[in-house]
Ligand binder design. Structure first.
Ligand code: TC6
Length: 675
């Protein structure tokens, strides 16, 4: 097999080039090739310096994650890095694209780094539940100081080349189109300089104040995760220990993380997210439809949020409302959201004007005839949706994609209101639609493959994580939410309190529990609005105006700052209901809450898979991570069930009287996986 790494001589400079698509991950063949290249440069007396660069779209994007957990092959990354570091001739890293993880560490082992302005450099291992275990935690604090190293290591967001240059991480920014030539010129400039600068020879200054501030500022973000703290400890070790001892410490911490469940979960989600973009029976080279203009029907919270996704990606939007007041209100909210983001520095100061400049607000439904994709975002009512789709059928141009943002309704029935069901599908955005990453793409029975492929590609463009769902009530996410909510309500009647149930969920790692979520979203959502018809605890709350945070009263009482406290009135209401139902009050254990509100979700997930409403178990995990804040370190409900042990899950479901999905039972019995 030919090596993905080749060398080219440019006079006295040897250029070592990796060409390993798609992202030049540092797999065994690349590492072996690098080792051979550096050896060649060292051995050849006519060579005075080396340049290390990559072909294709990026510098090394990291270690090859697919190799993790498998027996080691070829030269280890440590060996390659040590060899570069110890080279008696300077090595210059020439960076473009994304120098990430092991790629960044390889660059740090080089003696100099040059980069094109569009490059980014970083150590995102923490997002995989890991730390940069090839010397990254020891070299970064030595090179750029604790204050700058901590966020790179423990948060993992990469820095753009210009900032990296300001930090001293990059020695020189070079021409966007002349990376190799500029790197060779740079290598000649430094070829004779001695001593060769090695980061390992520098001292890292301790900065306890910076560490304490950093820990405090990010305590919430890091809650439940093991890897951020391990990264911080290693960075501290860099300031306390000689380089080689720091490396040994880093190795121990790395191995602990690597063997743990959290990293396995986070790596699972990395691949699950990418896998979700693939549709089993839709070829990757399917010709896409052109989408130059998007239409959105409804300028409410959802319609506005949906529009913002496209505007931010530079795609013009025509937004239609029924009356001027609603249209003005909707566009006003969008503008305010953009301006707030600009004020916080999240987007460029001119971004709001640019985005809003791409928006055409109108009351004229017929204006949608120019749109290539039209998304309906009105309230959940089948008759209204059917009427809208019948109208769209008359005016939309041939080949336009017609999408509904419904969160529950039957997309086939909606499609049947048109003469072109092959052009219809669901695009279920999650609120706030401009923020939440998940997009459920609902595939109708007749949805054309190129329509699906186009929407999946578009989702990536607007930075969503898209998952394909089949038509069923609530699709993947909301369908699984239903048993959780139902059981949570029953548990209240049997003796649990809202705060006990919520606490179990928050301790588990969810951003909030079912009742906190209900209060935030509005207890009155979907309520029948008849204060005299009181059939459930929720009806009773709604009848008393306890509609949630917006009324400072829901399942909890709230002060002006929306701080919750347990509500004596809610306790009374629950007690009244319990007595009316003749249910004995009993102690509810946390274990029972987990089984009845979380294992039941897993059971529903298994049914979804059996019915073919999700393509694969990992798609369900992606839905819950990106749509509902399921803790990524638990890898999504289906992955988590495996780590719990399917036998345990099935036994608990049976203990509490649930009908267990056949596929779940079978997987538990055979020791297999949910697929
Ligand atoms: C590390 O370095 C640890 C070091 C310590 C050692 C002791 N390995 O994301 P895309 C695949 S940990 C293997 O769609 P983009 C990916 O699965 C690593 N495969 O592209 C996909 O495959 P598919 C630290 C990888 O342009 C294809 O490449 N590094 C790896 O949207 C394209 O990926 C990171 O965490 C990998 N490292 O984004 C960086 N990376 O086509 C991880 C990607 O079969 N990577 N693939 O589905 C990224 O963040 C992004 O891939 C990107 C490119 C920004 C590099």
């Amino acid at each position: 097999m030919t090596s993905p790494v080749r060398t080219e001589r440019h006079g006295d400079v040897l250029v070592i080039i990796s060409d390993s698509p798609p992202v030049n991950a540092l797999g065994a063949a690349v590492r072996d090739g690098l080792e051979a290249g550096v050896k060649e440069g060292i051995a050849d007396a006519s060579i005075t310096a080396m340049v290390l660069r990559c072909d294709g779209r990026t510098f090394f994007a990291g270690a090859d994650i697919t190799e993790f957990g498998k027996p080691p092959k070829g030269a280890s990354l440590h060996e390659v890095i040590d060899m570069i570091d110890a080279s008696p001739k300077p090595v210059v890293a020439a960076i473009h694209g994304t120098a990430l993880g092991g790629g960044c560490e390889t660059a740090l082992a080089c003696h100099y780094r040059v980069a094109v302005p569009s490059a980014v450099i970083g150590t995102p291992e923490v997002k995989l539940g890991l730390l940069p275990g090839a010397g990254g935690t020891q070299r970064l604090p030595r090179l750029i100081g604790m204050r700058a190293a901590l966020p790179m290591l423990a948060i993992g967001d990469p820095v753009p080349a210009k900032k990296a240059a300001d930090l001293g991480l990059i020695d020189r920014l070079v021409g966007e189109d002349s990376l190799e030539a500029d790197a060779i010129a740079f290598a000649r400039e430094v070829a004779a300089k001695r001593p060769i600068p090695r980061i390992r020879d520098k001292d890292a200054k301790a900065d306890p104040e910076a560490v304490a501030e950093f820990r405090k500022a990010n305590a919430r973000k890091f809650r439940g995760f093991d890897a951020p703290e391990a990264n911080i400890r290693c960075a501290e070790a860099a300031t306390e220990l000689p380089f080689d001892e720091g490396m040994a410490f880093e190795r121990t911490e790395f191995m602990k993380l690597m063997m743990g469940v959290q990293s396995a979960a986070q790596r699972h989600i990395f691949f699950a997210e990418r896998q979700a973009a693939k549709i089993d029976d839709v070829p990757a080279d399917t010709k896409l439809r052109t989408v130059n203009r998007v239409g959105v029907i409804g300028a409410g919270t959802m319609g506005g949020g949906i529009s913002m996704n496209f505007l931010s990606a530079g795609i013009p939007v025509t937004i239609v409302e029924m009356n001027q007041e609603a249209l003005d209100r909707g566009t006003g909210v969008m503008r305010k959201n953009y301006e707030a983001s600009a004020a916080k520095g999240r987007i460029k100061p001119d971004a709001p004007e640019k985005a809003m400049g791409l928006l055409t607000p109108t009351l004229d439904f017929d204006a949608l005839k120019d749109c290539d994709l039209i998304i309906e975002a009105v309230y959940e009512n089948m008759d209204v949706k059917k009427e809208i789709f019948a109208r769209l059928d008359k005016i939309a141009k041939p080949g336009a994609i017609l999408a509904s943002n419904t969160s529950y309704l039957d997309v086939n029935e909606i499609a049947a209101a048109t003469s072109r069901p092959e052009d219809v599908l669901g695009m279920h955005f999650f609120s706030p639609a401009n923020v939440m990453k998940l997009l459920e793409v609902v595939r109708g029975d007749k949805t054309a493959k190129d329509v699906l492929a186009t929407v999946m590609a578009l989702a990536k463009k607007i930075r969503k994580v898209a998952v394909v769902a089949g038509v069923c009530h609530g699709f993947i996410g909301n369908r699984m939410l239903a048993p959780r909510q139902q059981e949570a309500n029953k548990l209240l009647m049997e003796g649990a309190t809202p705060q006990q149930i919520d606490k179990v969920h928050v301790d588990f790692g969810m951003p909030m529990g079912p009742f906190q979520m209900s209060d935030l979203a509005g207890v009155d959502i979907g309520w029948h609005r008849d204060p005299n018809r009181i059939e459930t605890i929720r009806d009773a709350l709604c009848a008393e105006g306890r509609w949630g945070q917006k009324k400072q009263a829901g399942f909890y009482d709230y002060d002006e700052k929306r701080n919750p406290t347990p509500s004596p009135r809610v306790a009374e209401i629950i007690e009244e209901f319990r007595q009316k139902s003749n249910l004995p009050k009993r102690e509810i254990t946390d274990e029972e809450i987990v089984a009845r509100t979380l294992y039941t979700m897993v059971n529903e997930g298994a049914l979804i898979l059996e019915e073919g409403k999700a393509q694969r178990a990992s798609d369900i995990d992606v839905v819950w991570i990106y749509g509902y804040g399921w803790p990524v370190y638990r890898g999504g409900p289906m992955f988590w069930a495996q780590t719990e042990g399917l036998k345990k899950v099935v036994a608990a479901l049976e203990k509490y009287g649930f009908k267990v999905a056949e596929s779940l039972k079978a997987a538990a019995e055979s020791g297999g996986q949910l697929k």
